[in-house]
Design a protein around this ligand. Structure first.
Ligand code: AMP
Length: 191
């Protein structure tokens, strides 16, 4: 099992890369953002709750997110050769919960790949994506700034969390999509 965490600021390319890498390495791709958006479009209770945070660019509370992630892992465990987690964990509590969840199943996070890019570049990318993504959190600069602030306050500490476990691999997230995929793929292949 190769379990990979794709880590990075909003707009760093986690979703784009995860979609390619899941095929290449036959991994199950879990994007918590996608699961929330699926629930919003199906007007579930979880969707209504998540929307109230996502619309402001804030993180959805840990208790909700962790339970949802655990359900997603359970749902796909039989078919999984490994997972690629995209947008989870985003807080220390989530990272600890992921370690516990995986170890209960005899697994672990094998590598965390941090996609690096600066905020000006990412803001431009998000605004561009917002023209076609239909995501309200991509079209409003105030919401984008809140998402960066949430990342810096709550998610950035995970860099140290994974460095301490010797699992952090930093990758330059600027360049052609294919080039970036190659950078990440060589890390996954070497695990
Ligand atoms: P993303 O699609 O990863 O950019 O996530 C979009 C939004 O979904 C975020 O701004 C959060 O509001 C919410 N979200 C996604 N993943 C998480 C998570 N792991 N923890 C809390 N909120 C999340």
């Amino acid at each position: 099992m190769k379990n990979i965490v794709l880590f990075g600021k909003p707009g760093a390319g986690k979703g784009t890369q995860a979609s390619v890498l899941k095929e290449k390495f036959e991994l199950v791709h879990i994007s918590t953002g996608d699961v929330f958006r699926y629930n919003i479009s199906n007007q579930t209770e979880l969707g209504t709750l998540a929307k109230s945070y996502m619309d402001k660019g804030e993180l959805v509370p840990d208790s909700v997110t962790i339970n949802m992630l655990a359900d997603e892992v359970d749902r796909s465990i039989a078919e999984a050769k490994g997972y690629i987690f995209d947008g989870f964990p985003r807080t220390t509590a989530q990272a600890e919960a992921l370690d516990t969840l995986l170890s209960e199943k005899g697994m672990q996070v094998n590598a965390t790949i941090a996609l690096e890019a600066d905020e000006d570049e990412l803001t431009a990318r998000l605004l561009e994506r917002g023209k076609t993504s239909g995501r309200t959190d991509d079209t409003d600069e105030t919401k984008i700034r809140t998402r960066f602030a949430e990342y810096n306050a709550k998610t950035a500490p995970l860099i140290e969390f994974y460095e301490k476990q010797n699992k952090l691999h930093s990758v330059n997230g600027i360049g052609e999509i294919d080039q970036i995929t190659e950078r990440i793929a060589s890390i996954i292949a070497s695990l």
